[in-house]
Design a protein around this ligand. Structure first.
Ligand SMILES: *Cc1c(COP(=O)(O)O)cnc(C)c1O
Length: 375
């Protein structure tokens, strides 16, 4: 957010962020799980802005936030003084002091991290409880399940010295309910949770809330679904949309059959077409993989509700769209077109750019006029 807010006309595109929808989504997920929902606000709250997101969710009663980096945790702490803020990427060597200063909680994922945290605590540093991460499938971060079980059974002194307040694991494929890995992870985590009966536990990410036969434990960790992403791909989206993206048409023109358009002439007009150039490009976070060539399909925009495909390469600051089928009055210089919104949801925008909705959200540009609603 800028200090001075220039006139609306000074921007090429507007990103609308509905903080009331964010809060409704958070409430719906808590209700669905029948337990306390936390909020994953890493990557600038998936692109919508960590400060406004954390402020709105805190006011609604959210008490547990998860981020990836310490720097993100420091930002969350400033606007949520009483909350527990977990750093998912864990304890980097020598970073204990930053945890103490900002009252942040590391998610410890290895013996080395446990030992370092325990000895840091023994220096008398005042810190909040940490979380313990057990890896049940990802082979990314976290103790092996066997290591977790041994720690608990040995009633390890390190464990007590580390002061653990939460046990967690992360799903590898929960958006695909048919994947047998889900049941294996659910069973592996249940075994570990059983040997730490005194610890609150957390397993569910967004899609986890919608898996059958999965216990909710004491705290959930939704991210994508809070921001309107569909946690049940292929089925209707139970979440409310949170973001909308609109850009302005700068120019329109008519081109003849055979005209090549955009960088390297990768798209050729088949017949007479009407084109419009809009104020948004890959420097705004719209993936260049949304380009539409003679052989590869790409992204599209809505002009008065009519889907208009991109034409040629997505440029740094501009995209050309084919508005031949749009109502003439709507496809004019100064008119607004929709890049995200309505039927152009995060999943379909992601598919048009050969990626996933998560990447569309977290790539949202810094150059937009950002309009926050509600909160
Ligand atoms: C990112 C992340 C989440 C949130 O996942 P979503 O699919 O966005 O809900 C939860 N837990 C961990 C450990 C994560 O890294």
């Amino acid at each position: 957010m800028s200090v001075e807010s220039p006139e609306s006309g000074a921007y090429g595109a507007t990103l609308t962020i509905d903080l009331d929808a964010l809060v409704s989504n958070w409430r719906l997920l808590g209700k669905r799980a029948g337990t306390e929902a936390g909020a994953v606000v890493k990557a600038d709250a998936y692109g919508i802005g960590i400060e406004p997101a954390v402020t709105a969710l805190s006011r609604a009663g959210c008490r547990n936030f998860f981020v990836a980096h310490l720097s993100e945790g420091i930002r969350a702490r400033k606007v949520a003084p009483g909350a527990t803020v977990y750093i998912l990427n864990g304890l980097l060597p020598g970073s204990g002091g930053i945890y103490a200063e900002h009252e942040l909680s590391p998610v410890l994922g290895s013996h080395e991290e446990l030992l370092e945290w325990a000895s840091f605590r023994q220096t008398g540093a005042k810190v909040r409880p940490a979380a313990l991460h057990v890896d049940t499938a990802m082979n990314r971060l976290g103790l092996w399940p066997g290591e977790g079980l041994n720690l608990a059974r040995e009633k390890s002194g390190t464990l007590a010295a580390a002061d653990i307040g939460l046990l967690m694991s992360h799903f590898a494929s929960s958006e695909d309910e048919a994947d047998p890995a889900n049941a294996r992870q659910i069973a592996a985590f249940a075994e570990i949770a059983a040997v730490f009966p005194e610890l609150p536990a957390s397993l569910l990410n967004s899609s986890g809330h919608f898996l059958k036969d999965c216990p909710s434990y004491q705290l959930t960790r939704p991210g994508y679904a809070l921001y309107g992403g569909n946690p049940t791909p292929g089925r209707p989206n139970p979440m409310q949309p949170v973001i909308g993206l609109e850009a302005t048409i700068i120019q329109t023109r008519e081109v003849e059959d055979g005209t090549q358009v955009g960088y390297n002439g990768r798209w050729t007009a088949k017949g007479k077409r009407k084109l419009a150039t809009i104020c948004l490009g890959y420097a705004d976070g719209y993936p260049r993989n949304g380009s539409w060539t003679d052989t590869i399909t790409g992204g599209s925009a809505l002009v008065a509700g009519v889907a208009c495909p991109f034409v040629g390469s997505v440029s740094m600051d501009l995209i050309i769209i084919d508005v031949t089928d749009a109502p003439a009055g709507a496809a004019q210089r100064g008119a607004s077109v929709t890049l995200i919104g309505g039927p152009l949801d995060l999943e379909s925008v992601g598919a048009g750019a050969k990626t996933i909705g998560y990447e569309i959200l977290t790539s949202l540009g810094r150059r937009y006029e950002r309009r926050y609603l509600g909160g």
